[in-house]
Ligand binder design. Sequence first.
Ligand SMILES: Nc1ncnc2c1ncn2[C@@H]1O[C@H](COP(=O)(O)OP(=O)(O)O)[C@@H](O)[C@H]1O
Ligand SMILES: [Mg+2]
Length: 233
Amino acid sequence: MLQAAVIAAANAKGGCGKTTTILILAGEYAAQGYRVHIIDADPRRRAIKWAEAGAKPASITATEANAANMRVEIEKASKGADVVLIDVEGTANAALTLAVAYANAVIIPAQMSPPDVEDGLTTIQLVQDIAHASRRVIPYGLLWSNVPPAIRSREMMNLENQVSEAGVPVIGRVFQRSAFAAIYSFATTLDELPTGEVPGLDKAKADVIRLTDALALLMASAAPPSNTKETAA
Ligand SMILES: Nc1ncnc2c1ncn2[C@@H]1O[C@H](COP(=O)(O)OP(=O)(O)O)[C@@H](O)[C@H]1O
Ligand SMILES: [Mg+2]
């Protein structure tokens, strides 16, 4: 029996913002007092390297996983943590399929560019197939990542229309901010970044709180009613 909330970030497109999403969520859930475990299933090991640099809060742990040990890693992590965050690369691979099959929410990060959206839609198709095959509701949504704060181009509006016409739920947007790049260089969470050295921390924090609020709503949409007993009526 799993107790933790399992959240996966997936999109076959490299550089779409998966690891950044996982790391900012890890920081925010830790700041909210939860025990967080990151499962890094990307051979580039960026989340692991971030964790190994040693500046993160102790309430965040991280391990690697691949297709062979994903199930065991998720079940182990779910016993020791409140939130399990899974960073998966690729599309039609077994590690991704297992992560999605366990997930309480799947985030599809996408920058506002056609390849990110195209690969994101392919990943969403897989999420829908897994949900269908397992007869389970798997909440998912696209997260616009690394969004330039100032510009609203026609191209961006076209992409938003494409996503909405495909019927894909949108979780929100995370803007392009130096604070989100700085979590790598300082190897720590947003809340632990040095205020004097990194500009725009408050705006970045607001982005992240909006994201965790949206995720809470998304996961609640699939949760069974908690106060109703099944009756044989
Ligand atoms: N919101 C953001 N603000 C600033 N830089 C970002 C943001 N999101 C992603 N990046 C940068 O974009 C690059 C790719 O993001 P990353 O999360 O590593 O993508 P993925 O894990 O999908 O390959 C990284 O260098 C990261 O620092
Ligand atoms: Mg990555």
